[in-house]
Design a protein around this ligand. Structure first.
Ligand code: TYD
Length: 143
């Protein structure tokens, strides 16, 4: 598995179908939208205003994080650099490569954070301790 940094992660513009009368519709389709196939979808909601989520890294998992409603900020950290992405459009997603620490902060009230993931839930894929994360990055760097 390659070692990615925060500059490998980008906002993806999703397909948007607009109708003046009927509103909008956005599609994510395996094989077309993303560099991975979606195996799992989960969403965070009823997050109290100002609460934080995330605070972990995944060893192998890739994700697309979407503000399906409302807004929040995702800060990515590769141990050297940090980048923050403000998400507030249901037709944009943040594509997060494997091996990056993420913090989700500043949820607006009523926000829905939808996550499309490349793998089913595996507890062993999580790193929840920041120092352990730095050790993981250094070992991958061959240091
Ligand atoms: P957690 O990863 O702590 O949420 P976040 O890091 O975004 O704040 O997940 C909260 C709980 O939900 C935890 O007990 C694990 C469980 N969970 C699943 O059972 N399956 C899943 O796919 C996910 C993402 C979480």
């Amino acid at each position: 598995m390659a070692l990615y940094n925060v500059f490998d992660c980008t906002i993806v513009e999703l397909d948007r179908h607009h109708s003046d009368r009927k509103g909008n519709l956005t599609v994510v389709e395996n094989g077309l939208t993303l560099p991975f196939d979606v195996k799992r979808v989960y969403y965070l909601y009823d997050v109290p205003g100002g609460e934080n989520r995330g605070a972990h890294a995944h060893r192998e998992l890739e994700q697309l994080i979407i503000a399906a409603s409302g807004s929040f900020t995702v800060t990515l950290d590769d141990g050297k650099n940090k980048r923050s992405f403000f998400l507030n459009r249901p037709y944009q997603g943040l594509y997060v490569k494997p091996g990056l620490w993420r913090d989700l902060v500043d949820f607006s009230s009523g926000a829905v954070c939808m996550v499309l993931a490349s793998e089913v839930y595996q507890k062993e894929d999580y790193i929840r301790d920041y120092q352990e994360y730095i050790n993981f990055r250094n070992s991958k760097n061959g240091r």
